[in-house]
Design a protein around this ligand. Structure first.
Ligand SMILES: *[C@@H]1O[C@H](CO)[C@@H](O)[C@H](O)[C@H]1NC(C)=O
Ligand SMILES: *[C@@H]1O[C@H](CO)[C@@H](O)[C@H](O)[C@H]1NC(C)=O
Ligand SMILES: *[C@@H]1O[C@H](CO)[C@@H](O)[C@H](O)[C@H]1NC(C)=O
Ligand SMILES: *[C@@H]1O[C@H](CO)[C@@H](O)[C@H](O)[C@H]1NC(C)=O
Ligand SMILES: *[C@@H]1O[C@H](CO)[C@@H](O)[C@H](O)[C@H]1NC(C)=O
Length: 284
């Protein structure tokens, strides 16, 4: 008799405790989730090298543009401060690594492509999948259907899921085509703006001066053939670099940004083309 009464009491106590704890827990979780929902934060990642005058144009423009859309954002300018050929993908990976603890989505952004349609072309959190803002329909120059360069927005979660970008591309081009395949292999749906009232001549301003900044189209050795391979195991987790300086700077007009000076490490066995042949001896 006595035993049963005790057992019932203990049982009731357990039941009450379980009920209280689960109630407390669910209210916590709810609070946490609604917090996250209203608190998206974007890192604008700008691969950079010796383009100070374009930076003075890009940052004030983007700051006004994003502020007009109430997008909480930070600027991450990743300056390649070594003597290797430019590696846009590695710089984007670094921008992701160095900002992922404070943002939940990123936009990889060419410095010379300024969005002009702030009413329709938005930088909101890409919750359904990656958003290619510089769509081939609206880009002033590139119109091929698999083009995903220029401006691409993606959540940190999705970027991590495809292991970021392949860091094996030195010189100009193709790293974005590789990224297109990565997204596709991961089954991600790519979104693009559509039905804008602007067109390819006024959705973006292209401020690139080919005569001042010559593009590095050179291909050495197996570079061209290798560039067609995906190497999914290479990505942000294999990008080797030294962060030599990180500072918070301001443009002349007072826009704050993070400037990260980085030295990339080249694996000469994997990519002997990371330097131009003539400068190989000097830069090592
Ligand atoms: C930086 O760019 C300018 C042109 O804007 C050029 O004259 C200069 O040589 C470049 N400096 C380096 C270190 O590449
Ligand atoms: C774009 O606009 C056209 C014509 O106004 C319409 O038929 C079409 O459904 C729109 N596209 C989308 C994806 O909404
Ligand atoms: C784009 O739109 C502008 C303004 O409506 C127009 O003047 C221009 O001709 C259009 N350009 C193209 C390539 O359709
Ligand atoms: C990097 O991530 C890829 C894909 O998740 C994995 O295959 C590879 O082993 C990782 N490499 C390192 C060095 O962690
Ligand atoms: C880091 O960058 C800042 C801003 O450009 C500069 O003032 C400072 O001298 C740099 N520090 C080093 C160690 O290079």
């Amino acid at each position: 008799m006595f035993k049963i009464r005790v057992l019932i009491r203990i049982g009731a106590l357990y039941f009450l405790l379980f009920f209280l704890i689960s109630f407390w827990y669910s209210s916590k979780v709810e609070l946490h989730e609604s917090n996250l929902e209203s608190k998206h934060r974007l890192a604008v990642i700008v691969p950079f090298r010796n383009r100070s005058s374009e930076l003075e144009q890009f940052l004030p423009h983007m700051n006004a543009y994003l502020s007009s859309q109430a997008i909480d954002h930070i600027f991450m300018v990743i300056n390649q401060a070594d003597t290797h050929r430019f590696n846009r993908a590695a710089l984007i990976n670094i921008g992701f690594i160095e900002s992922r603890t404070v943002v939940d989505y990123i936009v990889m952004h060419d410095i010379d492509l300024l969005p002009m349609n702030s009413r329709e072309l938005r930088y909101d959190y890409p919750e359904n999948g990656p958003v290619h803002l510089a769509s081939p329909i609206y880009h002033p120059i590139y119109h091929y259907p698999t083009y995903v360069g220029g401006i691409l927005m993606i959540t940190c979660e999705d970027f991590e899921r495809v292991n970021g970008m392949s860091p094996l591309y030195w010189g100009w081009g193709r790293e974005d085509d590789n990224f297109f395949v990565r997204m596709k292999l991961a089954g991600m749906k790519l979104y693009r703006p559509y039905n804008l009232t602007t067109n390819s001549s006024n959705t973006f301003a292209h401020i690139h001066d080919k005569n001042v900044h010559k593009r590095d189209y050179a291909k050495y050795g197996q570079q061209k053939e290798e560039g067609r391979k995906i190497y999914p195991e290479m990505g942000f987790n294999t990008t080797k670099y030294t962060l030599i300086n990180k500072s918070i700077l301001k443009t002349k007009t007072g826009v704050e940004y993070n400037m990260l000076d980085v030295k990339l490490e080249c694996d000469y066995n994997l990519t002997p083309w990371c330097d131009h042949p003539m400068t190989t001896n000097i830069s090592k």
